[in-house]
Design a protein around this ligand. Structure first.
Ligand code: ADP
Ligand code: ASP
Ligand code: MG
Length: 413
């Protein structure tokens, strides 16, 4: 007997027929003698629809009320799955975030899980039952509903698995595992049988949305075995493992693990900055105070006494606020003009091989240059190289880099 968490994403929960299919997968695990907790997402498209309602109601909506609205999508699917399981003769019950409870911080719309009470779940398991839990939601200390940020059900699942000391956490989605890049835009993407937490964390953080970044970080810290698999096809999926486990498997390590892209970046350029100490601090301090996460930064070099420019990226959702903050600080910073661009994408290559191999970034720049793709900004870290390019080149750039790093599969997925 094992204790497992099964998480089902939005596409897997989209409609009663699919929920019935999910119920069959849950039944199979329960009948194999496992203790099962199921974490569900809202139906595909539902969270987007609910967010749109909030925007229509008021552009400056209150995040606490936003959470009340968007958390409802998961409430619906968890109830429906419990009903479906009961209809199949199984002993299933849903438990909302506030009922367990899943305790979170008060950062509405981007709350962090602080702890999960599993007493109720242990009683369910003792009675041979199945628990169905809505992902993405929890309750803050003041009793208000809180949601975890987009894609947060993955984090709900991993946090729950850790709290109930599960043997593993299975993430069922609409692809049959983690690929070398998004298989929806590169048909020759290759499925990875295993990937390390570290590589997955980096891939997720630069845009591979198959797992929410925080869920991977949590799984790594908790050493929670994680599996990504299809809810539609009965295939083995991808195991996310530690570095040591991978060593033990004696597998050949790839230089580059994969390519990811992120359209959720906007570019801001400040032109005509004076070339003196303190200018950069005057720009980024107010942004930090406004909780804006600045990502890539490029500064032009100025000749003695001349003005210079600074370009950086922020999440698209924070663009308006960033421009407002900078405009208000214009006097203190001292710049001539502010230019913004939302039609940009960050494309990144990730791989532990970068630690020991020079020339990986150069190969990227060459491959993009061959196709006439202009690079607007560059950022590198120990196992990642990212470039900012015009959004219209997203697919071309991802494909070209996938080929340049020798990642293409022989046949299309
Ligand atoms: P869910 O609703 O199940 O949480 P998501 O849409 O959040 O599913 O994540 C699955 C999607 O992630 C896939 O449909 C795929 O298009 C995308 N994706 C992006 N990068 C990758 C990758 N490297 N491997 C697999 N899928 C990826
Ligand atoms: N429904 C939420 C979203 O679409 C959470 C999730 O599915 O993980 O972001
Ligand atoms: Mg997701």
């Amino acid at each position: 007997m094992a204790r497992i968490v099964m998480k089902f994403g939005g596409t897997s929960m989209a409609g009663i027929e699919r929920i019935r299919h999910v119920a069959n997968l849950v039944k199979r695990e329960a009948e194999a003698g496992n203790q099962v907790a199921v974490v569900v997402s809202a139906m595909a498209g539902e969270t987007d629809r609910l967010i749109q309602f909030c925007r229509e109601a008021s552009l400056l909506y209150d995040p606490r009320e936003y959470d009340v609205v968007v958390a409802s999508g998961e409430q619906v699917t968890s109830g429906l799955l419990a009903i479906t399981l009961q209809g199949m003769g199984l002993n299933a019950r849903s438990y909302m975030g506030w009922q367990l409870p899943v305790r979170t911080s008060a950062a509405h719309s981007a709350a962090l899980i602080e702890g999960i009470d599993v007493d109720a779940l242990n009683r369910v398991f003792d009675g041979g039952g199945i628990a169905v839990i809505p992902g993405f939601q929890g309750v803050a200390a003041d009793g208000s509903l809180a949601t975890l940020g987009r894609g947060g059900s993955d984090t709900s699942a991993v946090a729950l698995a850790a709290a109930m000391k599960a043997d593993r956490c299975d993430i069922y989605t609409d692809v049959d595992g983690v690929y070398t890049t998004d298989p929806r835009i590169v048909p020759r993407a290759r499925k990875l049988n295993v990937i390390t937490y570290e590589e997955m964390l980096e891939l997720a953080s630069v845009g591979a949305k198959v797992l929410q970044t925080r869920s991977v970080g949590l799984a790594m810290r908790e050493k929670m075995p994680l599996r990504v698999l299809s809810s539609f096809e009965d295939r083995p999926g991808t195991m996310v493992v530690s570095d040591e486990e991978l060593e033990g498997m004696n597998m050949e390590r790839q230089l580059i693990t994969g390519i990811a892209y992120d359209k959720n970046e906007a570019r801001i350029s400040l032109l005509g900055l004076s070339d003196k100490p303190g200018t950069v601090a005057a720009i980024f301090a107010p942004l930090a105070k406004a909780n804006v996460n600045v990502d890539m930064i490029v500064q032009s070099v100025a000749r003695e006494g001349e003005k210079r420019d600074l370009t950086f990226t922020v999440p698209t959702a924070a663009l308006a606020q960033s421009v407002d903050t900078l405009t208000r600080a214009k006097e203190a910073i001292g710049f001539d003009e502010i230019i913004t661009d939302m039609n940009v994408v960050k494309v990144s290559a990730v791989g532990v091989g970068m630690r020991s191999n020079a020339g990986i970034a150069a190969r990227m720049f060459e491959a993009l240059a061959d196709r006439g793709i202009n690079i607007l900004a560059i950022a590198t870290s120990e196992i990642k190289v990212s470039v900012l390019i015009p959004e219209e080149y997203t697919e071309l750039a991802v494909r070209v880099l996938h080929t340049a790093y020798g990642l293409d599969a022989e046949t299309e997925a």
